[in-house]
Every structure is written in structure tokens, then in C-alpha cells.
Design a binder for this molecule. Structure first.
Ligand SMILES: *[C@@H]1O[C@H](CO)[C@@H](O)[C@H](O)[C@H]1NC(C)=O
Ligand SMILES: *[C@@H]1O[C@H](CO)[C@@H](O)[C@H](O)[C@H]1NC(C)=O
Length: 397
């Protein structure tokens, strides 16, 4: 631009009287000096930028946070990501934070979980040093064989056919190979059942290095309650963290935890629907377990579209097999995910759970249930009449 400007003045100088030429030229010169200054600035910032640029854009990489709570079908949805060939998936990295720190509360650990997620989304596994034993390996990662990416190249030298083969062949030393593998995928997906609000994620949503999409999976609290009761022992540590180490009678613990879980649904609803910050737009999607159980292919297709993943023939087949009775032939058969008859299981609480307990759960979770489209039952008869559909369609569908 500057060079062209000078040529223009020289051409003019031959046709105009000198005095006029100088007057005009001094003005033009000032303009040109400014212009050149701007050009130099522009050039130097452009020159400096390649680094800043490549790290400030995410290079098309998408970061998916699968946000859920215990016993809500998140293992299945996690596998829907893990099995996809474009996804690097880790199940529940926040488990490491929650189990490492002694006698903490969920609030105290929130920021540590947030920072762990941020580093892992960027494939920086050095953050795990704080939580893993010395001389750690791939197998030091919680439920590592749930990640197809960790059981196939480049993280592993072979493509493992099943879980036991993955354990045998893919347990590499250190996390360097894992980190390298993470970098090769277009999508990094992390599952987390240990966050109860969105606000601590705001810095991640605003981070120019991340393109974060939040998939929030919820489930009928009565079904969650029944499922948690079945394996209450495995929740002792988590429950005391959720309840901030409060001293609560054993019979009350499950209800209190459900209350916290339901409260988190309400809080997230308020954030997303009533006063969403601008950076949340297009980055949050809520999914109900029951909708997924009734129409898995459609729900998963919607989720894939939301995060920019292609639905493949293999994934369609995988989803069908996992949600429709027994199926043989998928390489990862041993990787246990969704119950065989998804519809049946999503309604099991109606016959298995005593009505007195159903009433208690409805008391602590009533507001959230209304919001999410789960009808309350008002008698044992209503509860057991399976022809009564308790799902309806709330705001988000
Ligand atoms: C896992 O796959 C390997 C290799 O195909 C096979 O030899 C082994 O029997 C399989 N194990 C199970 C438990 O299916
Ligand atoms: C699954 O359970 C539902 C409800 O009990 C039933 O209608 C359906 O036939 C079952 N499907 C299979 C494949 O067993």
C-alpha cells in the first residue's frame, strides 16, 4: 500500500507546480507515515501471530464434557463417544481428584476438577502427576479400558479386540503415548459425574483454546434412587463428599444425595434457561436417559450433530446391538454398557421400589422432576400401572 502511494505522488509531481506539490505532499506524507506505521504494526502482529493463532483457535478440535450423575446411563453415553473413531475419551478423570484428597467436600474440589478437565481437554496429562502414583502407567487411569482410544493405535501398538486383550497389550508405561494419542483426535470427550453446577465451567467456555460442548444427561430420580440402592456400598465415599462430610443418619443419606443431585438440575436449568450468559449459546444440550432408551439412534444422532461428529454405519450397528437384546460380534463386546432391554430397565423402579420410598424421592426432587418432565405418581396403583406414561415433554424438547 505504502509503495503504491509513493508512485502516485511521483507521477503527480511532474504535472503540478512545485509549491502546490509540497503543500499537498506534506499532508500526504503525514498520512503515509501514519499509514506505514499502521502497515508495520499490522505486519509485525501478523508476523508474530502464527503461534498465537494456532493456539488461540482450537484448530477445529472439539471438547465434549459429558456431564451427568451416578446411575444415569452415562456409561452408555460415554461409550457412544468412546467407540467413535474420531473421539479420544476418558471416563471420569475427576475420580482421581475425589479419591486423592482426604475428607474433602465437593465445593472444595470443584476448581481442582475444573482445572483437571481443562488440562486434559488440551491433552496435557502432566496434571495427572498430582493424582497418580509414581511410575504410573496407562492402567493407572480410572477405568482406562473403557476408552477405545487407549486400546488402539497410536496409544497402543495393536487394536485390542476386547478388554482383556487391552489389559495385556496396551498398558504402556507413563502417559506420553496417551498424550500423543490424544493429540491425534478431532474430539476429546470427558465424562464427569462430579460437577453439580455450570458456573465453575465458565472459564472453560470462554477459553479461546477450547471449543467446549456440554452434553448434560439426566434421568428420572426415582430410577436413579433404585439403582443407587442396589449398590449403596460403592457410593459411600462419593456420598460423603457430595454431602460435604456432614453427619447424616444412614437411612437419610440416599435421599440427601438425591436432593443434591436434583438441586443441581434446578440450578443448571436456571442458568441455561432463565439467565444464560452469551458464551453458553449453542454449547449446552440436555438429554434424558428415558428418551435415549426409547429412541437411541435418534437421540445419539442429535448428540453427534451437536458436537460435530458423523454418524457412521458401524456406530449405528453398535448402538442397535447395545440397546436391543443380546448381540455378538462387536469387537468390544466385553465392554459392559447399557442394560439389554433399555426400555424395560428404565421402568424397573415402578415395580421394584416400595411406594413409600417413591414418595420420599418425589418430595426431595419434586421441583426438578416437574422441570425435566417426570410425572409424580400419587398412589401405589398409579406407580404399578405401566400403561401410564410418566414422561412428558418439557421446555428442552
Ligand atoms: C479377546 O480377544 C482375543 C484375541 O482375539 C482372544 O484370543 C480372547 O479369547 C478374547 N477374550 C475374551 C474374554 O473374549
Ligand atoms: C423390552 O421391554 C418392553 C417393556 O417391558 C417390552 O415391551 C419389549 O418387548 C422388550 N423388548 C425386548 C427386545 O425384549
Amino acid at each position: 500500500v505504502a509503495a503504491a502511494g509513493f508512485t502516485f505522488i511521483k507521477a503527480n509531481s511532474q504535472q503540478h507546480p512545485p509549491a502546490r506539490y509540497f503543500r499537498v505532499n506534506s499532508k500526504i506524507l503525514i498520512f503515509l507515515v501514519l499509514l506505514q506505521g499502521a502497515a508495520v504494526l499490522l505486519y509485525s502482529s501478523w508476523y508474530v501471530q502464527p503461534n498465537a493463532r494456532s493456539s488461540s483457535k482450537t484448530e477445529g478440535k472439539v471438547h465434549v464434557l459429558l456431564l451427568s450423575s451416578w446411575r444415569s446411563g452415562s456409561s452408555f453415553l460415554g461409550q457412544v463417544f468412546s467407540q467413535h473413531p474420531s473421539v479420544f475419551y476418558l471416563m471420569e478423570p475427576a475420580w482421581h481428584v475425589w479419591t486423592k484428597v482426604q475428607k474433602p467436600g465437593a465445593k472444595l474440589l470443584r476448581m481442582a476438577v475444573r482445572d483437571l478437565l481443562r488440562s486434559l481437554f488440551q491433552c496435557d496429562f502432566s496434571v495427572m502427576d498430582s493424582y497418580l502414583p509414581e511410575n504410573h502407567r496407562a492402567s493407572s487411569l480410572f477405568m482406562w479400558t473403557e476408552s477405545r482410544a487407549l486400546c488402539s493405535p497410536p496409544a497402543c501398538s495393536i487394536t485390542a479386540r476386547n478388554e482383556s486383550q487391552c489389559r495385556q497389550k496396551c498398558d504402556v508405561k507413563g502417559l506420553q503415548k496417551v498424550e500423543k494419542a490424544c493429540q491425534t483426535y478431532s474430539h476429546v470427550a470427558l465424562k464427569d459425574v462430579r460437577l453439580f453446577e455450570l458456573k465453575s465451567l465458565y472459564p472453560l467456555l470462554q477459553d479461546p483454546n477450547l471449543d467446549l460442548r456440554i452434553v448434560h444427561l439426566v434421568r428420572d430420580p426415582r430410577a436413579v434412587f433404585r439403582s443407587r440402592e442396589e449398590s449403596a456400598k460403592s457410593f459411600i465415599l462419593d456420598s460423603s463428599i457430595v454431602l460435604e462430610q456432614e453427619d447424616i443418619p444412614e437411612a437419610e443419606v440416599q435421599y440427601k444425595v438425591m436432593q443434591e443431585v436434583c438441586h443441581s438440575h434446578l440450578e443448571i436449568y436456571e442458568t441455561v434457561i432463565l439467565k444464560p450468559p452469551p458464551f453458553l449459546e449453542g454449547r449446552y444440550k440436555m438429554i434424558r436417559y428415558e428418551d435415549m432408551a426409547r429412541n437411541p439412534l435418534k437421540e445419539v444422532s442429535d448428540i453427534y450433530q451437536f458436537v460435530g461428529l458423523e454418524m457412521t454405519k458401524q456406530m449405528e450397528e453398535w448402538i442397535y446391538k447395545k440397546t436391543h437384546g443380546k448381540g455378538k460380534g462387536t469387537p468390544m463386546q466385553a465392554f459392559q454398557v447399557i442394560p439389554r432391554n433399555a426400555t424395560q430397565v428404565s421402568e424397573a423402579w415402578r415395580t421394584m421400589l416400595p411406594h413409600s420410598k417413591v414418595k420420599r424421592v418425589q418430595e426431595v426432587c419434586g421441583e426438578a422432576m416437574e422441570l425435566l418432565g417426570y410425572r409424580s405418581v400419587h398412589s401405589e396403583e398409579e406407580q404399578k400401572r405401566l400403561d401410564l406414561d410418566l414422561l412428558h415433554f418439557p421446555w428442552f424438547s
